[in-house]
Design a protein around this ligand. Structure first.
Ligand SMILES: Cc1ncc(COP(=O)(O)O)c(C=O)c1O
Length: 402
């Protein structure tokens, strides 16, 4: 069983750690560019090119919906080592561009573990500090299963999005630097807003002078199916986007991509010593090549539909599943003791966790109430593995609810 678990662990990255082309690119880079004593000089030379968000990393910028600025210049990219740093860079850039300081994040969101990122994060267990940093406000999110207004979609007329205007009017000085949001809230429990949500809130935030920062750390690179970026499902063009996690198939890499004029507001000195280091960079280029080769968005759409159909069938069989949600290969199930009261069932989530592990399937857990099972298999997963995972979940659900 240990071997089986190890095999599965290797598959947890966006593709798979043992993905040959990615491994080869990393070895090649180590052999050719790090075999000399002047590594740090080389790194510093690279940094000089990257200072102030000026590195145009064409492939990555091209994969986003940001598009050229008014002068026709393509988006610019700043590379760091993590999603936290990517979000930090995005917020700072938005503040520099707009000259405004107040930033809005969504309740149940997650942005990382720096002081700013923890303040943007809106889940108590992930905020290891009292006050947080100034200038951050939290708007209600579109959590349809547990609507913050107790309403039902679509008769609610997306009240959560409508509330953004009053929220800005009453809790800020009316001059917004940005809204930062994940298309599907990952750590929050794969909370998936309805199609109207992002067009409505982005319009409101822009009306108050702010930018839309889209955090694609979990939803990027085809994960949600059909599109490269999660936000494309909502037809909204952010000014800034952030990426990390699967971008380099397990190597440290974070990226902030900004419209060229927005990036241009970031002048002066800045540095990320290991950001865009040669090995992570080689790994991310090879990863992007692989993702394009396998058509990651198309695969995630096709396999995600198969996965979703299986999860819907499990919901029909097990009353403990109160909600199935997500897109592509990013699917979540919310566990409840009673479908009417929606009382959360975190105890069942723990038992399910163990029952799947014992059967060789590793799943994720999340949500503020600790009752959401997060399922995001590698983008390279096969049909037969989806079927195997569904069969294992079926057995594990039976065991966890008996
Ligand atoms: C949506 C989102 N943003 C940012 C982060 C922070 O990324 P990192 O852990 O690489 O700092 C995470 C990490 O889980 C995340 O899910």
């Amino acid at each position: 069983m240990d071997n089986r678990i190890n095999q599965i662990r290797k598959k947890i990255s966006a593709l798979r750690f043992e993905m040959l082309n990615v491994e080869a690119a990393m070895h090649d880079q180590v052999a050719h560019d790090l075999d000399c004593a002047d590594t740090s000089t080389r790194l510093m030379a690279m940094r000089a090119e990257m200072v102030a968000l000026v590195n145009e990393r064409k492939a990555l910028g091209d994969l986003t919906p940001i598009g050229p600025d008014a002068k026709g210049r393509p988006p610019k990219v700043f590379l760091t080592n993590s999603g936290t740093e990517a979000d930090e860079t995005a917020v700072l850039t938005a503040r520099l561009f707009t000259g405004h300081t107040e930033v809005i994040a969504l309740r149940h969101g997650y942005s990382g573990r720096s002081a700013l990122a923890m303040t943007l994060t809106a889940q108590a267990p992930w905020r290891h500090w009292g006050e947080g940093v100034p200038g951050i406000k939290h708007a209600v999110n579109a959590y349809c299963y547990r609507c913050p207004f107790g309403l039902t979609y679509p008769s609610c007329e997306v009240k959560c999005a409508q509330d953004m205007d009053a929220m800005i009017q009453t809790t800020t000085n009316g001059k917004i630097a940005a809204l930062i949001a994940e298309p599907i809230q990952g750590v929050g429990g794969f909370i998936t807003p309805p199609k109207e949500f992002f067009p409505m809130v982005a319009e409101t935030v822009r009306r108050y002078g702010g930018l839309f920062i889209c955090d694609e750390v979990q939803t990027g690179f085809g994960r949600t199916g059909t599109h490269w970026n999660g936000i494309e499902h909502w037809g909204v063009k952010p000014e800034i986007m952030t990426f990390a996690k699967g971008i380099a198939n397990g190597m440290p890499m974070g990226a902030t991509v900004a419209r060229a004029d927005v990036a241009g507001a970031f002048t002066g000195l800045t540095i990320s010593t290991f950001g865009g280091n040669p090995v992570s960079d080689a790994a991310s280029h090879a990863t992007l090549d692989e993702m394009e080769r396998i058509d990651a968005p198309g695969r995630a759409a096709r396999l995600g539909a198969r996965f979703r159909a299986g999860l819907d069938a499990l919901m029909a069989k097990y009353p403990v599943i109160g909600d199935v949600r997500g897109m592509g290969l990013m699917q979540g199930i919310e566990l409840v003791k009673d479908r009417k009261t929606k009382e959360p069932a975190p105890d069942v989530a723990v038992r399910l966790f163990e029952a799947t592990r014992e059967r060789g399937l590793l799943i994720g857990k999340g949500g503020l109430l600790n009752n959401v099972i997060r399922l995001s298999p590698p983008l390279i997963v096969e049909e037969s593995e989806i079927d195997e995972a569904l069969a294992t979940l079926d057995q594990a659900l039976a065991a966890a609810t008996q």
